[in-house]
Design a protein around this ligand. Structure first.
Ligand code: FMN
Length: 262
């Protein structure tokens, strides 16, 4: 087997871990601007660039968003906190400029804007990490997205998808193991080229019990990591995640913002 090729980008991306404790060292505006400009190089569906990133500096708003997100104290403490909005308002403005009545509310537009937002955010995280900065995404802002819209003046045709804390790391968490390649990369068919063996993700039937061994890997990780130790497997965690309703307000919230109407 050939050894894995290694370069700086692969090495850096492979060392990603979410950072939730930050030093006081500030991030200069110029550096943030470089990071955001670099993030904007992400691919974007039909060049729509359907996102707006809001840097939240106001201390009261930070505190309110930290509280409604969990509470998650790192939202208040991070040197930089960004809110990533999926944003179709510029496209509406472009229509106005050309006397086109926009076809709004389609599920496809929701997907386009949300995917664009996720791509720019991940690029931003990678660019920041390349400069020794760490961060964490904050989906917790969707606990109360209406309040976030009110605090940050987010209009219809835009919605806050997630936040992101950024700063120089004050800890180095262990790297969280990912699923084995065999479970995420398939040949020619969703089930891979051995339909019978791969038909199910049931741990008993999955080839070579990849899921079981991943459960064990995650259990070892959770039992031995640097903080918040617990006896937890991945399938247990996912069963807990899927076994309860999370943020049931999202559908009506998105509709109110003008997304996902048809
Ligand atoms: C869209 C999204 C939302 C997330 N929301 C939160 C959050 O609200 N709070 C948090 O502490 N981590 C959050 N995370 C971080 C994940 O928990 C973390 O990425 C995952 O457990 C893998 O760990 P790692 O990033 O250290 O590899 C979020 C990640 C993503 C991609």
């Amino acid at each position: 087997m050939n050894p894995d090729p290694m370069n700086q980008a692969i090495d850096q991306i492979s060392r990603h871990r979410s950072v939730r404790k930050f030093t006081d060292r500030p991030i200069a505006d110029d550096l943030l601007h470089t990071i955001v400009r670099t993030a904007q190089c992400a691919s974007t569906s039909s060049h729509v660039q359907a996102y707006t990133i809001i840097r939240v500096q106001d201390k009261n708003n930070r505190k309110k968003i930290a509280d409604l997100s969990g509470p998650q104290p790192w939202v208040e403490q991070a040197p930089i906190f960004l809110v990533f909005c999926a944003d179709l308002t510029r496209l509406e403005a472009a229509c106005g400029k050309h006397q086109v009545s926009p076809e709004t509310g389609w599920a496809e537009q929701f997907v386009v804007a949300t995917v664009d937002t996720a791509l720019v955010a991940q690029n931003l995280m990678v660019a920041a990490e390349s400069l020794g900065i760490g961060g964490v995404f904050i989906g917790g802002i969707r606990n109360d997205p209406e309040t976030v819209c009110g605090l940050l003046n987010i209009p219809e045709m835009a919605y806050p998808v997630f936040g992101m804390c950024l700063g120089y790391p004050d800890h180095t968490p262990d790297i969280k193991p990912r699923l084995p390649l065999e479970l995420v990369l398939k040949e020619d068919s969703f089930f891979g080229n051995d339909m019978e063996k791969q038909r199910s993700n049931d741990p008993e039937k999955a080839p070579e019990n990849h899921l079981l061994s991943y459960d064990q890997t995650c259990r070892d990780y959770y039992l031995n990591r640097d903080s918040n130790l617990k006896d937890q497997t991945w399938t247990r965690q996912m069963a807990d995640f899927m076994g309860k309703v999370t943020r049931p307000h999202m559908k009506s919230f998105l509709e109110k913002q003008g997304f996902f109407l048809r």
